[in-house]
Design a protein around this ligand. Structure first.
Ligand SMILES: Cc1ncc(COP(=O)(O)O)c(C=O)c1O
Length: 439
């Protein structure tokens, strides 16, 4: 067992759940075998605690590192801020400069507030929207973090978050009084939002959704949501925590042609440094002054400094074009490798900034196949799953090396599936696919 697994086992005893983020649990990738911790991360290369090097072709800091790890330009700006003092009694001027930048990217907006993490960013946006409309009920679609307003969904219907977050999640610790305040609808199903409006009418004060994730809007879905928001007087929030700053310098909504009342940004905006922003129409954002929304570390200077440097590089190097091209190239690789060995795969191509593939084979335990893929790619020096968060650090040489290794692994999987011996080739348990107790 490597040092990483030893530390992970220790962590699970003293940090409930092992990590602060479900997506970083070793069991989500490769139980008992995942390197779990890093000693160094640079570009798209990661060194584990045993000094082994891997190329990260999976979640790249869970989408935070659009430029790559330890980007030299962002780090130069951040190091200067560290030396000049990242925190003081007075405010950091970078937050004003960043607000001007964000408002120039979203010219429909008039105000900005900052946070440091995605979940709290959406939490602040929902608070401001509720304060503005003076209505409690939120209609939403998709994933929006860990907060009470969102998990309250499952108080009314324990399957409410199925298809948005994780099936059957218990909303333990969320006040029961919030039951009925968050109502789900599914992406591209305008009839579900219409049904909510027909039933709850003007109780709905907020509509929260990602403008897109893995699917493009169909049948004018976003335009119809916009119209419903206008007719009911609900504040429309586009949660762009994951979708922004990948295929566009700013929100993906710019590409989709529909403007929200509030957009929330985080993750890639700071290239791994903590920064979140709520950007909204002036009249809506004004409601922030009628509520108490205030936190010490929302004022520190590293977050906005990193965001300014990240956005500047994103624009200067036309990172979105690189990301789209590289994502599509990866899709071609998966399809070709699958064809080469007669292993059917499906590739989700609608959002090249985050590519996904899956094995389309008949097999009793499909998760075992995914686990075998991760195990064998790890043995060949790659952190790899069915998802690929593209970054500027991923160049053709990485795709070429990945393609050579994945070619071998696809071949191995094709024969293991045929001979029904996938489980036999696994050196540890099958990866988890959702939320489970770890200890
Ligand atoms: C759309 C969306 N909203 C909110 C969040 C929560 O962000 P964080 O994990 O930074 O709290 C995420 C994270 O994946 C997300 O994708």
């Amino acid at each position: 067992m490597g040092k990483g697994q030893e530390l992970w086992n220790k962590a699970k005893k003293i940090i409930p759940g092992g990590s602060q983020l479900l997506s970083k649990r070793s069991e989500m990738f490769l139980p008992d075998q995942w390197p779990s911790y890093y000693s160094k991360a640079s570009g798209c290369e990661i060194t584990d605690l045993d000094g082994r090097k891997y190329t990260d072709m999976c979640i790249m800091g869970v989408g935070a590192n659009i430029l790559g790890y330890a980007d030299p330009d962002v780090n130069t700006a951040v190091k200067k801020k560290v030396d000049d003092g990242n925190m003081s009694t007075l405010n950091c001027p970078e937050e004003v400069e960043l607000a001007e930048k964000l408002l120039s990217l979203d010219n429909w907006a008039g105000g900005v507030r900052y946070t440091r993490t995605g979940g709290e960013t959406v939490g602040v946006a929902v608070r401001i929207a509720r304060a503005h409309t003076k209505r409690d009920v939120v209609a939403f679609c998709g994933y929006h973090g860990w907060q009470d307003w969102y998990l309250a969904t499952n108080l009314k219907d324990k399957n409410g978050l199925n298809g948005h977050l994780i099936a059957g999640l218990e909303p333990n610790g969320v006040p029961k009084a919030l039951s009925g305040t968050a109502l789900p609808f599914h992406y591209n199903k305008i009839e579900e939002l219409e049904a909510l409006v027909a039933k709850h009418g003007k109780q709905i004060g907020v509509i929260v959704m990602e403008p897109m994730r893995d699917k493009l809007p169909q049948n004018d879905f976003l335009k119809k949501v916009r119209k419903i928001a206008d007719e009911t007087g609900a504040v429309l929030i586009f949660d762009e925590i994951t979708s922004a700053f990948r295929e566009t310098a700013g929100g993906i909504h710019k590409k989709l042609g529909v403007e929200p009342d509030i957009a929330t940004y985080g993750k890639a905006m700071g290239n791994g440094y903590a920064i979140g922003a709520v950007v909204g129409k002036a009249e809506v954002m004004d409601a922030a002054q009628t509520s108490f929304i205030s936190s010490t570390f929302w004022t520190e200077g590293i977050g906005p400094t990193a965001a300014l440097a990240t956005i500047a590089k994103l624009e200067k190097k036309n990172v979105p074009a690189h990301v789209v091209k590289t994502g599509n190239a990866m899709g071609d690789i998966w399809e070709k490798l699958g064809e080469d060995v007669g292993l059917p795969v499906h590739v989700d191509r609608q959002f090249p900034g985050i590519m996904h593939f899956g094995f389309d084979v008949e097999y009793a335990n499909k998760r075992a196949i995914d686990t075998l893929f991760t195990q064998e790619m790890l043995a060949r020096g790659f952190l790899a799953t069915g998802g690929f968060y593209v970054s500027y650090a991923h160049k053709q040489e990485h795709l070429d090396r990945y393609s050579a290794a994945a070619g071998e692994v696809f071949k191995l999987i094709a024969s293991a599936v045929k001979e029904k011996k996938v489980e036999k080739l696994l050196k540890g348990p099958v990866a988890h696919s959702g939320f489970q107790r770890l200890t």
